[in-house]
Design a protein around this ligand. Sequence first.
Ligand code: SAH
Length: 362
Amino acid sequence: MTVHPTNLLNLTPAEAVTTLRAFAVSVGEAPYRGSQVARRLWESPASGFDAMSELPADFRARLAEHFTMPRLALTSEQASTDGTRKFLFSLADGQSIETVAIPDGKRLTLCVSSQAGCALQCAFCATGAMGFVRNLEAHEIAGQVRELAFLAEPIKPTNIVFMGMGEPLMNWPAVDTVLTILNNPAGFGIGARHITLSTVGWLPGIEALEARKEQFRLAISIHAPSDALRATLMPVNTKFPLEAVIERAARFSRRVTFEYVMLGGVNDADEHATALAALAKTCGAFVNLIPLHPGGSMGFVPSPPERIHRFASRLKAANVEVAVRRSRGLDIAAACGQLRAERLRRRTPGLAHDDSQVNETA
Ligand code: SAH
């Protein structure tokens, strides 16, 4: 009988340590040997069992027979003059995913992907245009953080945002595990309030997030203050209409953030600001205005800066807290799905004129 090896990086830290301690005992080692291995998954990552020189060689060999701890292949990296860095990873089945690191003072935010492609087809989003390929496994999401610890100058994020490719709340079982890995002191030890999930308003996923006791942050992509307009931008609006999303957001136990991408001549008029302010007040939400990234944005044009400013002022005048995201990495293609899309088009990376909006409001 061949036993399928267990991927240790798909387990929560608690599951991994239990499994590994029991395994150590089963091969005649002391239980603490299992704990030693568990520490090398996330806290002090090892590139493989061979690299765990603190363990006896025969124990390492037995581990390798029963377990895996796969790496992601870093296939491309680009650095912006503003310090933003973008990484493209290749997965075991050849799929590519993006991760973006954004330094901002003492903070270093990592924007991770949760799916290869995306099923939701938001009209302005490059990932949507690719279509859905598959959900990422927990180790492929958490692995984006883990891999950066192996760089010659390791990157240690202080904040994580699920704003890369994919809809995290449509991949809940894996994302659930990843949240534990990110937050747990035996994982990456990143505070729950420094971890933000961004969603189109996938209601079953919001319930699942709400059921967790930690204070993970929720950001909702609103993008339009009426059903009619939102349906033209976000097909998911027919499944979960704006009204239902707002009703759920208003009941969420923690403060939510609204994301609102500024599309010139589409959703940036004064009356949109007035309507958005009313929705934000219903939910006590913080509003993040996102300048559109022109690259791959399918015919949409960014709102002019003065328009964004005026829109923000109207929200403020209505006593809504609002921030305009700064565009980062203007010289690299860092927006949702744009690096991968660009690769698929075989364009020269240097020609990209997109930017990265990814940040956090905390
Ligand atoms: N599926 C989730 C998370 C991924 S996208 C969600 O939709 O929230 C993260 C944010 O980037 C979303 O608000 C999304 O609408 C926005 N986005 C996608 N493409 C963009 C672009 N070209 N310019 C600006 N924001 C974009």
